[in-house]
Design a binder for this molecule. Structure first.
Ligand code: GLA
Length: 671
């Protein structure tokens, strides 16, 4: 039996958020009929239903939800049941203002939108857990419910709170971490600017200050805020698990590269990793981010199948301009998520709302009804995904990992840096893009995990590395894994203190070099790097690198202040090789460098000789291997796959070369 993300749903999952409380019951029957027509087999119910379930502090109303779940069950539609805690009702805020989040200036948030709760509010926790108790009591055994959905997009709107109660919780978190205030003083460097604390009561969240707040305080507050939300999530999970058995998984929906929650830590507590993806249609490279985010989700679940929990069938409503999805994009990007390990494709939302802030957000069932392009595309996808059943649970095998650590990301993007123009996303994309374009399967990994199974580990920019991270990287390198570090890496320890004695401390012998001084470039400034006889351009960042014994110069600055000094250095050790890139190479330069590095590392792409703009991924399980060919170009493409295959969706057979229409996708079964 293949590994199923949801044991109670042995099919490829397809569906979306279903918010029937927005509609008269007479519409529900039609919903069911149309869901069946579109191939929907899973709906997420109740995400924003708290006020309808508990209209006042002492009244409850579950009958309508009983009828919804029974109706779903009667129609063979499974339910991912939300705990309904994502948007507290107005009465809670009115009677208990301490449940409302407070911003850094001391302003308390009002109800009237959603997710306005303070993660550290004990009253919010009490009321939300009481709701979860009721939900679980009533629906633990409901035959339609195959998964529980805790909260919704934790941190999307409120990711931190500066209230008195949050300050207390932050202090408690710090006491657990540091033990005594002197240790905190030392780790935060409070000798600076007279910030020294004589007792815990003086320690605050980084509220509005006149100038840069202490960076270690900011970093710890980010960690604390992620943990505070995670504690809430875990408290709900605990209530659910008191009555619900392990065969029913629990999830909460992530937001890809979301900057406010440490998803490595979160994912340890989530049975089915699920994710929401709303590509920016103004970005011509949305498909690169589409692949990168999906790879992150697969990696967060250690390779387990994950779910695309939300996407829009067409337009969204929250960017400046919200176009309809371009032709074929909805289908191709959906299947792209399957190509990278998703075993469920769901949407926000089933039926487009007619009132409220999201009425111009597309739904699977548009305002204009079923005689629409959106409906036809949705139903076509729903029917086609049924045919992907054989690939459920299929895994990908990546030989390359990109390192991502939220602490390092947070520290990199604080204020008071050598350059505030560096972003973690840009650094990741700089390296992910050429690897994806060359057809490599890429995992994401945390620097503190065992990295030794990879042939090549790349840290596009790992500004902060803990002592354990250094140990893991050294161990992987000693064991035969090749390592690449990009700019501004290895600068600070876990609490953002500089590791003195030349940057890259702890890893200097691995790379055969260290950085004496950072040389960020100003906007518009570019410099040149010579690699052999090739000239490459760098922008944004350069470094004054110093060589250590045993190193080799791979690239040299040929212009600017650093002309004649190394820009890229490598060192070959007994079992592996390591490269340090002290610059931001332009696209061509990084692509050719990585190509050479992959070859030297013995990493192989999924397929060789794939036309540009065609993405290829492979998943395998006991039914064989499945090759996804995604044509992101506007013309038909032919790809030589070197063996016989059958398209799972169209049932066409191929002997060697396979054609893929413009913007189309094939899912080939290689028996
Ligand atoms: C998020 C939320 C949904 C909805 C969509 C709109 O993903 O989880 O409730 O608001 O955004 O794009």
């Amino acid at each position: 039996m293949n590994e199923l993300a949801i044991p109670g749903l042995p099919e490829y999952a397809f569906g979306g958020d279903y918010n029937p409380e927005q509609w008269p019951e007479s519409v529900w029957q039609e919903d069911m009929a149309l869901m069946r027509e579109a191939g929907v087999n899973l709906v997420t119910v109740g995400v924003f239903s708290w006020a309808k379930l508990q209209p006042t502090e002492n009244t409850w109303s579950f009958e309508w939800l009983d009828r919804v779940l029974d109706l779903c069950h009667a129609n063979g539609i499974k339910v991912d049941l939300a705990t309904a805690t994502a948007s507290p009702p107005p009465w809670l805020g009115l009677k208990y203002p301490s449940t409302l989040a407070v911003d850094e200036t001391g302003v308390r948030m009002a109800w009237g939108a959603r997710q306005h709760f303070s993660p550290s509010s004990s009253v919010f926790k009490k009321f939300s857990l009481a709701l979860v108790e009721k939900m679980v009591e009533r629906y633990a055994e409901h035959p339609a419910v195959v998964m529980w959905h805790v909260g919704n997009e934790y941190g999307a709107h409120t990711h931190r709170c500066f209230s008195e109660e949050s300050a207390d919780a932050f202090r408690a978190w710090l006491i657990t971490k540091y033990g005594d205030v002197d240790t905190l003083n030392e780790r935060w460097g409070t000798a600076f600017w007279s910030q020294w604390y004589s007792n815990w009561d003086e320690v605050m969240p980084p509220r509005k200050t006149v100038y840069f707040p202490n960076p270690a305080q900011q970093l710890d507050f980010k960690r604390f805020s992620s943990d505070a939300m995670l504690e809430l999530y875990k408290a709900e999970v605990e209530v659910i698990r008191q009555r619900v058995g392990r065969q029913i998984p629990i999830t909460t929906n992530f937001m890809r590269f979301f900057p406010h929650a440490d998803y490595w830590k979160w994912s340890e507590n989530i049975d089915v990793i699920s994710d929401d993806w709303y590509p920016d249609l103004a970005d011509p490279e949305s498909h690169i981010e589409g692949a990168m985010g999906a790879d992150l989700m697969r990696s967060l679940g250690a390779g387990r199948p994950w779910f695309l929990m939300e996407q829009a069938p067409s337009a969204i409503n929250w960017r400046e301009v919200n176009p309809a999805k371009p032709k074929n994009a909805y289908r191709r990007w959906s299947l792209q998520q399957a190509a990278h390990g998703a075993d469920g494709i769901l949407h926000f939302q089933w039926r487009a709302s007619v009132r409220g802030a999201e009425k111009w957000h597309s739904g699977m069932l548009p305002h204009s009804g079923t005689d629409t392009a959106v409906w036809r595309e949705v139903s076509r996808l729903g029917q086609d995904l049924k045919k992907l059943k054989p690939l459920l649970g299929a895994k990908s095998d990546s030989q390359i990992a990109l390192l991502l650590d939220w602490s390092s990301w947070w520290a990199l993007e604080l204020d008071s840096r050598p350059s505030t123009r560096l972003t973690q996303m840009e650094a990741l994309l700089d390296y992910y893009r050429p690897l994806a374009q060359a057809g490599y399967s890429v995992d994401f990994a945390h620097p503190e995990q065992d990295l030794s199974r990879y042939k090549l580990v790349i840290a596009p920019s790992l500004y902060l590395i803990s002592d354990l991270g250094i140990e893991r990287i050294r161990a992987a390198s000693a064991g035969g894994t090749n390592i690449v570090f990009g700019k501004f890496s290895g600068a600070v320890d876990a609490e953002e203190g500089v590791r003195v004695g030349g940057h890259l401390m702890g890893l200097r012998d691995v790379f055969g070099c260290y950085t004496e001084e950072w040389h960020p470039l100003v906007a518009g400034q570019t410099e040149e790097v010579l690699i052999g006889s090739n000239r490459g351009e760098v922008s944004g960042w350069t470094e004054h690198i110093r060589l250590l014994p045993g190193s080799a110069i791979e690239g040299t600055f040929s212009t600017g202040d650093l002309a004649g000094l190394p820009a890229i250095v490598s060192k070959t050790s007994e079992k592996s090789k390591a490269w340090y890139l002290g610059c931001t190479p332009n696209r061509d330069m990084i692509a050719s460098l990585l190509e050479a590095i992959c070859i030297q590392s013995g990493a192989a792409p999924v397929l060789y000789s794939v036309p540009q703009g065609v993405e290829v991924t492979k998943r395998s399980n006991e039914n064989g291997s499945f090759l996804f060919l995604l044509n992101h170009t506007g013309v038909e493409q032919s790809i030589e796959i070197g063996q016989a295959s059958v398209d799972l969706i169209s049932a066409e057979s191929f002997v060697g070369a396979v054609t893929v229409g413009a913007g189309e996708v094939r899912v080939l079964h290689l028996p």
